[in-house]
Design a protein. Structure first.
Ligand code: G6P
Ligand code: ZN
Length: 623
């Protein structure tokens, strides 16, 4: 490819020069490549795999063919292509643009810089849908190709990924990804553009690159649509005021795509000081960190919030010097970690708290909530609030796409409207129906709004109400769901499947009464394999996790352990064990979760024969 200046023109300056059409659509023969089945959230592979000959091309051609199928056989007019900025982002954008153009997609929108967070991509697709067209008046985005491997590390030897979002801004559903996979097994050729111009990702907004006589790339503003979406949820004036009256925050962008959005919102819009931000410049290798906002990988922030890696307060720090709110986002800005001064909030609790305090968020203040949902492995803290407040609560399989259906029930299925809607997952995902992805920054502003409301009556000079006080009061009212997760990463796939089979054979299908208890206070009750029938489209999803139910002595309180294999890894298998235990007794709420759950964990590991089957004495990570 070479730069071809006369193929480039700017709509801003009004300068229009006709592109000379040396453009040539070429058809390149190829053969199927194994292993392109997308997981929970797109296809993730090592960078080196994506760099293999025809790899990106085969996948994208299959993706476009699938999108055309689901568009009633018609070629898409407009598509967004954006990534989280990880290594290989810029090259892939160029390759993908060429294939999109050669296939006849008329408008290819690329954010300036090539980087957008996942929720921002969803906002572009949705906002342009709502306003009936782009700022250049050229159609409505019918989908987005998002280049991300989310919270997986980036750089040479690490992960790169591609996922597709459909016309309402939601991740592609199972039917789409199954069809896509089939097409990757049958592909014989792909189309691309020979001699296409090099796209300068830093060109001014509005710059156009004519790739073929009928297809052009337009550089768009990465922020505007997303900012509009957030402004429709929160009261920015109110937050700005709160920001200058005692509130303080430390936001860790983990060098991912969320950083520049946090800077735009927190600093430029809400007037908070630059020192509120850390690691907010996107880097291709995320500064060699693992961009997953949990207690282990966000260790620097965790420390700066006066916490230890198990989530308990570090007694050696002076809590009065700590920021009021601590938050981190993952590589593509859709996950979030929330903490107060010396106080960690589990994602399941965060969701329950946001639900119980929805009046503090303008988005819900007027109409209330018509629905909430959580993924099955998340704790039942949400269910308890939903029941008390009489809000329909759904329990779905892991994966944001299941929430998408519920949120779009009316707009795409003419069904019952569950919006306004709040949903979330234990895996540090929280969000609402303002977009169709989880949204790390939305969660931060939701918490800032809750804090702002809680401090409304506090007069100057008085101590502000913090995160810890809000959460402990919540527990006192509803009881606490102790929660944590053990991850066994890089386990041999056969061994991982064997663990799941042992659970099925002995605990799900076996006789519960014959299961011998290893701890008198932890009684095994029964086990089930979770399956889901989507209430909106009736689709069925099976084998979504194994649930072991327990009863604790002497209180009789329920406890639960869930086993599930991760769907987002790129090599080997990861076994996840999710632990949850309900505690009504306020005097016990102060214990740290991993300590409170240790006996339950040991009993579950014994029952499923973890060490014997996998050789693992301890988990890789506890979050
Ligand atoms: C991605 C999805 C989430 C999902 C998570 C599960 O982040 O966007 O919706 O909860 O993956 O990951 P796992 O590795 O547990 O399959
Ligand atoms: Zn992510």
């Amino acid at each position: 490819a070479f730069a071809r200046p006369f193929g480039v023109f700017s709509t801003r300056s009004g300068l229009k020069m006709s592109a000379t059409t040396t453009d040539e659509v070429v058809v390149i023969p190829t053969t199927p490549i194994e292993g392109m089945r997308p997981g929970t959230s797109g296809l993730r592979k090592k960078v080196e795999v994506w760099q293999e000959k025809h790899y990106v091309e085969n996948f994208i051609q299959s993706l476009i063919d699938t999108a055309v199928d689901s568009n009633g056989g018609k070629m898409l007019d407009t598509i967004v292509v954006a990534g989280d900025g990880r290594y290989y982002n810029d090259e892939a954008i160029q390759t993908i643009s060429n294939i999109c153009a050669a296939n006849g997609i008329a408008n290819i929108w690329i954010p300036q810089g090539g980087i957008m967070s996942t929720p921002a991509v969803s906002a572009v697709i949705r906002r342009r849908t709502e306003s009936g067209g782009g700022e250049d008046g050229e159609g409505i985005a019918q989908g987005g190709i998002v280049l991300t491997a989310s919270h997986n590390p980036g750089g040479p030897g690490e992960d790169f990924g591609i996922k597709y979002n459909e016309g309402l801004g939601q991740p592609a559903d199972e039917k789409f990804t199954d069809t896509l996979y089939q097409k990757t097994l049958e592909i014989a050729s792909y189309k691309t553009v020979a001699d296409s111009p090099d796209i300068d990702l830093n060109a001014p907004v509005g710059t156009k690159y004519q790739l073929t006589p009928t297809s052009a790339v337009t550089i768009i503003d990465p922020f505007q649509n997303y900012l509009d979406a957030l402004k429709s949820c929160f009261d920015f004036d109110q937050l700005r005021k709160f920001g200058s009256s005692g509130f303080s925050i430390l936001f860790d962008g983990m060098h991912g795509a969320g950083g520049q959005f946090a800077k735009r919102v927190l600093v430029e819009e809400l007037g908070l000081p630059e020192s509120s931000l850390m690691r907010c410049n996107p880097l291709p290798d995320f500064g060699k960190c693992h961009p997953d906002p949990n207690l282990t990988y966000a260790s620097e922030l965790v420390k700066k919030m006066g916490l230890k890696s198990d989530g308990s307060a570090d007694a050696s720090t002076d809590a009065s010097t700590l920021p009021m709110l601590g938050a981190a986002n993952d590589g593509d800005g859709d996950r979030n970690l929330i903490a107060g001064a010396g106080f960690f909030v589990t994602p399941s609790d965060s969701m329950a708290l946001i639900c119980d305090n929805y009046e503090a968020i303008p988005q819900f203040a007027a109409t209330g909530l018509n629905g909430v949902a959580r993924s099955m492995p998340s704790s039942a803290a949400l269910d308890v609030v939903a029941e008390a407040r009489n809000i329909p609560c759904f329990v779905t399989p892991t994966g944001w796409k299941f929430f998408g259906n519920l949120m779009s029930s009316k707009e795409s299925f003419d069904g019952k409207d569950y919006t306004p809607f709040i949903c979330g997952e234990e895996s540090f995902g929280t969000g609402s129906d303002h977009v169709r992805e989880k949204d790390g920054l939305w969660a931060v502003l939701a918490w800032m709004s809750i804090l702002s409301k809680a401090n409304e009556g506090v007069s100057e000079g008085e101590a502000l109400v913090g995160v810890e006080e809000i959460v402990t009061k919540h527990w006192a009212k509803y009881g606490r769901h102790f929660y944590c997760r053990y991850d066994y990463e890089g386990v041999d796939s056969d061994a991982a499947n064997q663990v799941m089979d042992i659970i099925r054979d002995n605990l799900v299908n076996g006789d519960a009464s014959s299961v011998e208890s290893g701890d008198a206070d932890i009684k095994f009750v029964d086990a089930v394999e979770f399956g889901y029938t989507d209430p909106v489209d009736g689709s069925e999803t099976s084998k979504q996790g194994l649930i072991l139910n327990f009863e604790l002595g002497p209180s009789g309180d329920p406890a639960r352990v869930v086993f599930r294999l991760s769907g987002t890894g790129s090599a080997g298998a990861t076994i996840r064990m999710y632990l949850e235990q309900y505690e009504k007794d306020t005097s016990k709420h102060g214990i740290s979760a991993p300590v409170a759950l240790k006996d339950l964990a040991d009993e579950a590991l014994r029952l499923v024969q973890m060490e014997k089957t996998t050789g693992r004495e301890a988990p890789t990570v506890i979050t």
